[in-house]
Design a protein around this ligand. Sequence first.
Ligand SMILES: [Zn+2]
Ligand SMILES: [Zn+2]
Length: 271
Amino acid sequence: MIDYHIHTLLCNHAKGGIRSYVDAAVKAGLSEICFLEHLTLDRTSTAHAMHPNEVPFYVYAIQELKRAYHGRITIRTGLEIDFTPEALPAINRLIDTFDFDLIGGSIHFVDGINIASRRNASAMSPEEFERLSRRYLERVREMVNASFFDVVCHLDVIKKTGRPLPADVESGLMEVIDRMAEKDLALEANASGLGHPAKACYPSKALLAHAISRGVPITTGSDAHAPLTVGEGIETALATLHDQGATHIARFERRQRSLVPIDLPPHQESS
Ligand SMILES: [Zn+2]
Ligand SMILES: [Zn+2]
């Protein structure tokens, strides 16, 4: 199994040393992991991400781990970048400076509000939630058209509190997936939602099924912010993908994608 979304202490809201994440992954029987640390060049949201000056240290630390764990687990270097249109040239320069394996694109902030925060989302009135959902959709559309990344992270994360998305936003996200198919972008099945009130991966089963039917390649990630949650939910996410007709998942090396068959543990196999 592959966990392609793991954070580190550098983002200021994760726990545990970087090595303990790899130890947890080995213990969980994962074959491959990718660190996907937050990076943003939007000055209003830097508190939840690593500082751009820390990127060389981050890349170096993972290189060391790749060497130390060689033969036991495959480790990849990635970034989860907050999409900021104004910062795209700077983002591209930064990406080009290092040998990243995977670049993820995310929207966490809409109109200055952290929509991935459950506290903010639960305090919202239904009208405010609808308004922000539509703004979120616009930002996601923009991001998918911007072509700087390989995989779209947690596509419908705005449903974190379990509130259903307005029907037009849900169908808008379906169209986003159509666009991703045209642009040959991969989609993440982010298992962290299984433990949230949403009780489903981000994105939901219906969106994943649509992506699979359009041939969009899919990665699996736990979004671990603590060693204990490395690999969490990946088995369930894989079972969902398999049930929706997926046979392979995507992996990346130096931003080159390949597909590997879904390796469900025998008891999860459905015929
Ligand atoms: Zn985070
Ligand atoms: Zn995220």
